[in-house]
Design a protein around this ligand. Structure first.
Ligand code: ZN
Length: 492
């Protein structure tokens, strides 16, 4: 038996002779791009007992209960449990408690140091950061997505014990050090995040919406500079016992939920039309073409209407730039129908609709896009102005950025660097180009038109002298205006 089963028996014996006390690895920090700490650790202690090593269980129970504010009967039950050789008596204790306990120097009582997650900024960026379980494992958000880097590897302190778990006098303890987790540096700029969050607070105070969200994306790299959702919660007191509230407050709606974008989607229709015009497609409209002033279009036996009643004469004789200024629905219906579903869908696909952007965040939404083969003209007519299609806030932000940045569609990112405490950089992310959407020239033409929307059109209230601001209104214009102005203030 010794010869054939040597390895297995040796392993079993080792397991019986030694007892481990875990040494918890330090979880990596999460900071913003400028080093502002958003997730950190605080020391906390766990107390174990090995009942076999405790002679007088009754008096030990009383002493432990007193020192740890526990019920003596509960402790006694734990210590006398037949099956467990080792029991955990208390977790997340402050140092003072453990020091008070160590003065008693009770046999068979041990403690280990843990790290408890703390979030110095409370509810800031809560859906992005996510939280950890009571055992310090990432459960949502960046904490979950980057768990393998943040977690590190626990170490161990091994003691030789006798058969019943009593430490052998004079035995040598073996120490296997813990490997600390890597730190994560986000692409987020906390200064911008604060502005965004206070803007959302104002929106909520004035308009009491069911929810509100905002994303700020660097259009030249697709780095996410700020991302906020309302309602939110304090990461230091996660509502773990109320699943419904927790789900509502911890959901990153910008990334994971979809909505019908409406007028903001007209940017995409314009981009497709302009690019096709530049390529010589005879069905595309020239930037100088004057669209019919009629308020309605009859498509497939249904009527597509403009949101405006066209009574004030503003929506008559419009070029594409003017149609964008006025956000006139039927002009975009004309463009989508003229391109046809096959061509228009090529652009929807290039702009990332109906598929994940590939952001480094779990549970991303695909959006809703009717299959091209099933799309009828009356659907296509409405997709042209952002109805009969559903997108995530992130998808729309990326598509819009690509429409005005020269036609480059990158993979959006939340994490910039993964690095160790000693400065060693494990990973550094660079912009990854996924595909082109439109040409540089088309993108420039479109950007000029969208500047017009802010200078002369429906986005006037976001105009700021001396800055080139592209914009397109949807139903939520008012709420965006002050935000844009504040963002510009902080960057000058
Ligand atoms: Zn109109």
């Amino acid at each position: 038996m010794q010869v054939i089963w040597q390895e297995e028996l040796n392993y079993r014996a080792l397991d019986q002779w030694t007892r481990e006390i875990p040494i918890v690895a330090k979880r990596g920090k999460i900071t913003d791009r400028n080093g502002v700490v958003l997730a950190d650790n605080e020391a906390a202690y766990t107390v174990f007992a090995r009942s076999n090593a405790i002679k007088d269980k009754e008096s030990a129970s009383a002493l432990l209960a007193d020192a740890l504010d526990l019920d003596a009967n509960w402790v006694y039950e734990k210590l006398t449990k037949k099956k467990a050789s080792e029991v955990t008596l208390a977790k997340r204790l402050v140092k003072e408690k453990v020091e008070a306990l160590s003065v008693l120097s009770l046999d068979g009582v041990y403690y280990s140091r843990d790290n408890v997650r703390v979030y110095p900024k409370g509810d800031a960026l809560c859906q992005v950061l996510g939280f950890t379980s009571v055992d310090n494992v990432g459960t949502t958000g960046v904490e979950k997505y980057y768990e393998e880097y943040l977690a590190g590897k626990n170490g161990e302190l091994l003691y030789e014990t006798d058969l019943v778990g009593v430490e052998i006098e004079g035995s040598v303890a073996t120490y296997l050090p813990a490997e600390d987790g890597y730190n994560i540096e986000l692409t987020v700029d906390y200064g911008i995040q604060e502005i965004v969050e206070s803007a959302l607070e104002k929106v909520i105070a004035t308009s009491s919406p069911a929810s509100a969200e905002c994303i700020v994306l660097d259009i030249n790299s697709f780095e996410i500079l700020a991302l906020a959702n309302y309602p939110c919660y304090d990461l230091n007191s996660v509502p773990r016992n109320d699943a419904e509230t927790l789900n509502k407050q911890s959901r990153n709606t910008v990334v994971c939920d979809i909505y019908e974008p409406g007028s903001t989607f007209k940017i995409i229709t314009s981009a497709a039309n302009l690019e096709e015009y530049a390529r010589g497609n005879p069905n595309a409209y020239s930037p100088n073409y004057v669209f019919s002033s009629s308020r309605t279009r009859a498509v497939d036996g249904t009527t597509v209407k403009c949101w405006s009643n066209h009574a004030n004469g503003k929506h008559s004789n419009q070029t594409l730039a003017e149609a964008l200024n006025n956000s006139c629905n039927p002009c975009f219906t004309d463009m989508a129908l003229a391109l046809g579903s096959e061509k228009f869908y090529e652009y929807l696909s290039a702009f990332g609709f109906g598929r994940k952007t590939g952001i480094d965040y779990g549970g991303e939404a695909y959006g809703l896009l009717l299959p091209q083969k099933a799309v009828r003209d009356c659907d296509l007519a409405r997709i042209g102005f952002g109805q009969t299609i559903a997108v995530s806030g992130l998808q729309l932000a990326c598509a819009t950025a690509s429409a005005v940045n020269g036609g480059y569609y990158y993979t959006p990112r939340l994490v910039k660097r993964i690095y160790a405490d000693d400065g060693y950089v494990l990973k550094e992310t660079k912009p990854v180009l996924k595909n082109r959407t439109v040409s540089v020239e088309t993108s420039r033409t479109l950007a000029k038109m969208l500047e017009g929307v802010v200078r002369d059109g429906s986005g006037k209230r976001a105009f700021l002298e001396g800055y080139g601001i592209c914009g397109k209104t949807g139903d939520i214009l008012t709420t965006c205006v002050n935000l844009v102005k504040n963002l510009i203030k902080i960057h000058t």
